[in-house]
Design a protein around this ligand. Structure first.
Ligand SMILES: NC(=O)c1ccc[n+]([C@@H]2O[C@H](COP(=O)([O-])OP(=O)(O)OC[C@H]3O[C@@H](n4cnc5c(N)ncnc54)[C@H](OP(=O)(O)O)[C@@H]3O)[C@@H](O)[C@H]2O)c1
Length: 274
């Protein structure tokens, strides 16, 4: 049970690869209390989430009714929903959380720009804080900041993102966000020097509206990795970040849970709340 001084949190996608790490991190945070765990597998309904993830009993049952769980969470005090589920369902889940007055911290990637704009409007109208964070890792924020600096001096840049092969969306939310941050340099990247022909469609990757190519690699053995390559005549400047354990995301997740409590609108990106 949360005490008055702890933040009640519901985790959507509770026993997924990220969700299970978040459950453990919350259990170890003295100012945050897990009050709800959402999953879809009917065989796990009602089971203790701590036991389901092989951790320890937490006395929080797995539920599949998101709305009922949000209502119950809100009755414990101003609550937060951490969403680490799936691109297909995240938009509806975040809208539901805002509608019930629960602050979303959204790690799930794959939301379109139009969906993010719509959620921003909805959160604004409801005066409910919402954080959408394509990457909870501090190392990625630092890499993106270095990339923004480099974008002032280099006119050619491509992004390679590499993830495990169970990732549902491509390119990664981090790569899309990085391209958007590079675009803030307000210049034209990658002006072609020759007429390119792809003998295998997609060989040059996907191109963002900013003209930045993103290449997505999916392989078992990977977790989450990204390279940003800047080129100019005679030099290559490479920035790279590697996630070797999902524990690296947890300080960012806990920080966002704490920060979202004070917000009244939607904010996109960990860099904005550090
Ligand atoms: N922001 C970050 O730093 C960060 C870092 C890593 C990953 N991510 C993102 O977080 C999300 C979750 O990643 P993950 O690796 O934990 O995935 P995962 O292992 O597949 O877990 C996803 C969980 O979401 C549940 N879920 C809810 N609605 C679903 C639907 N419509 N379709 C499928 N599953 C659904 C699944 O429950 P059932 O098993 O009951 O179906 C599953 O337990 C992804 O979008 C990923 O890109 C973000």
């Amino acid at each position: 049970m949360p005490t008055q001084s702890t933040i009640p949190v519901v985790v959507n996608g509770a026993y997924g690869k990220m969700g299970r790490e978040v459950i453990k991190a919350i259990d170890q945070a003295p100012d945050i209390t897990l009050v709800g765990a959402i999953g879809r597998n009917p065989e796990l309904m009602g089971q203790d989430i701590g036991e389901v993830i092989g951790y320890k009993p937490l006395e929080v049952p797995v539920m599949n009714d998101l709305e009922a769980t949000l209502v119950a969470a809100q009755s414990e005090g101003l609550a937060v929903m951490v969403d680490l589920s799936h691109p297909d369902s995240v938009y509806e889940s975040v809208r539901a959380a805002i509608a019930y007055g629960v602050r979303p911290v959204v790690g799930t990637t794959g939301l379109s720009n139009a969906q993010i704009r719509d959620l921003a409007e909805f959160a604004d109208k409801a005066s409910i804080g919402c954080l959408i964070v394509p990457n909870f890792s501090i190392g990625v924020v630092l890499m993106q900041q270095a990339a923004q600096q480099a974008a002032q001096y280099f006119d050619h840049v491509e992004i390679i993102e590499l993830h495990h092969n169970q990732k549902a969306d491509a390119p990664s939310g981090t790569a899309v966000q990085t391209a958007q941050m590079l675009a803030e340099a307000q210049k034209t990247f990658n002006t072609p020097l020759v007429k390119e022909t792809e003998t295998i469609p997609g060989a040059r990757g996907g191109t963002t509206p900013e003209g930045i190519n993103i290449h997505s690699v999916r392989l078992p053995g990977l977790i989450a990795h990204q390279e940003i390559l800047f080129g100019s005549p005679g030099q290559l400047y490479t920035l790279r970040h590697d996630t070797s354990d999902r524990a690296s995301f947890m300080p960012g997740v806990l920080l966002c849970i704490r920060r979202v409590m004070a917000l009244k609108s939607l904010i996109y990106g960990l860099d904005k709340v550090l």
